[in-house]
Design a binder for this molecule. Structure first.
Ligand code: ADP
Length: 435
């Protein structure tokens, strides 16, 4: 194995060769001729190797360079070393790529590697089966050219990839898939899709079951309530024992009625889609009407109910859903704030968002409960909630409604001091009313 030669050594060798030929030439009295001959021989030798090198670089298919002795041997050896180093690097890289591909193929999900402009770079076999991506035909295609559902277009446009997106499979609409986009590296995006048809079907069955049972319960409840009210009104001579029994029956039937009503609203809100019947919702009018109702409801507890409403600010949304959400927040404040307390309802702009707020100086909510109170049937104090006629579904309805309206719920509460429930609407939902 040769090692490299310094410029000094190369010139020293040339000098020695020429000096020896000069001395040899002196012996025969033809010094310059011998020197010239040596120089020409050296030039021919170098040209010979230049041709060899050129042929190897451009013509030969061999990966190993030609062999030679001396200076050219060192040059060929250097080239061979570089080639070996590159081959080793490439082998390592290939191994890494193979490992990544094997890993991606072993995934139970469909996986696509996208570049930052969402064009397809690579995909596993599952992606071909679930998403219908053709390999390599679809390389360089934008993913939203292949998946053409409005929900997906909106998901990409909004760019909030923390939550997944649920859409039917582009090649089989019977299949429901969950998509996730995960940015990684400098400018790459991992696109994962998994089949959630079974979960989706179960979820649908659960929703249908709840909606059907609630619906079926409505008629018997109405009949029971009618009879109880009739007996209470007509039988004035009932003894106190039965009076109490009928009064309790009436309270419990009303509770069940409210629960069934809330379950029906929740089922309706859950199945409705975002595009459904969106229209200009006159929020000032809607909120004012709710406040009027609240005043009537509030007579017994005589809270101090104040309000501040921006009369020009409207929302593009679903009227009855927004009414349901705002009414739940107002009726909660009335239900949980002790008699004589303060409740303030406001509607206006904050920054570039629209803000609906209901603030009370009631009991407040402990920090550990704040994150859980929007769960279905979650009630901080079951007995108190039962007394107020609470079903534990009010805030779950609010949360679902807000999902359809690009809105968020914020809860500021201090235990023992009061709570503020705020709905923030994104600027794109805001509209203005000409007064
Ligand atoms: P409910 O029908 O029981 O009121 P919600 O989902 O509307 O159900 O509320 C869930 C729980 O959150 C309630 O049980 C109550 O403990 C708490 N909560 C809601 N609003 C308030 C409020 N303004 N002040 C104190 N606690 C509240």
């Amino acid at each position: 194995m040769y090692s490299s030669l310094s410029a000094k050594a190369i010139f020293a060798r040339l000098f020695i060769a020429l000096a020896i030929s000069y001395l040899l030439g002196l012996l025969f009295g033809v010094a310059f001729m011998v020197v010239a001959f040596t120089a020409i021989a050296l030039l021919v030798w170098h040209y010979h190797h230049l041709v060899k090198l050129m042929t190897w670089l451009w013509v030969s298919k061999s990966l190993s360079p030609p062999t030679a002795n001396g200076l050219w041997g060192r040059i060929y050896d250097g080239l061979y070393r570089i080639i070996r180093k590159h081959r080793l690097k490439q082998k390592r890289l290939n191994d890494k790529v193979r490992q990544f591909r094997d890993g991606a193929e072993a995934l139970p999900d469909a996986a696509l590697v996208l570049s930052s402009d969402l064009t397809i770079q690579w995909g596993n076999k599952k992606a071909q089966r679930i998403l219908g991506v053709r390999w390599p035909g679809d390389v360089g295609q934008r993913i939203d050219n292949l998946i053409r559902f409005p929900e997906f277009a909106r998901y990409i446009e909004e760019g909030n990839f923390e939550l997944p997106c649920h859409i039917p499979s582009p090649i089989n609409t019977e299949l429901m898939i969950e998509l996730r986009l995960i940015a990684y590296g400098a400018d790459q995006v991992l696109f994962l899709a998994r089949d959630i048809s079974k979960i989706h079907r179960l979820e649908e069955m659960r929703r249908d079951f709840v909606a059907n049972v609630s619906h079926e319960l409505k008629t018997p409840l109405t009949v029971m309530r009618g009879y109880v009210e009739m007996v209470q009104m007509t039988e004035s001579s009932l003894d106190p024992y039965w009076q109490k029994a009928f009064s309790t029956m009436e309270t419990q039937v009303s509770r069940m009625d409210r629960l069934v009503e809330q379950l029906l609203i929740l089922s309706r809100v859950e199945v409705s889609t975002e595009e459904e019947e969106k229209q200009l919702v006159d929020m000032p009018k809607l909120i004012s009407a709710l406040i009027e109702d609240a005043k009537w409801l509030n007579q017994e507890k005589s809270h101090i109910l104040t309000s501040e409403i921006d009369n020009a600010l409207a929302i593009e949304g679903i009227d009855n859903e927004l009414k349901s959400a705002c009414s739940n927040l107002i009726s909660n404040a009335i239900a949980y704030t002790p008699a004589g307390g303060n409740i303030h309802v406001s509607w206006g702009k904050e920054g570039n968002k629209a803000k609906f707020s209901v603030k009370d100086d009631g009991p407040g909510i402990r920090p550990e409960h704040v994150n859980r109170i929007t769960e279905r049937f979650f009630r901080v104090d079951k007995s108190r909630s039962r007394n107020t006629g609470g079903s534990g579904l009010g805030l779950a309805i609010v949360k679902h409604v807000l999902n359809h309206h690009h809105a968020e719920l914020a809860i500021n509460s201090q235990w023992g001091k009061g709570s503020e429930f705020i709905i923030y609407f994104e600027p794109k939902c805001i509209r203005f009313i000409d007064n």
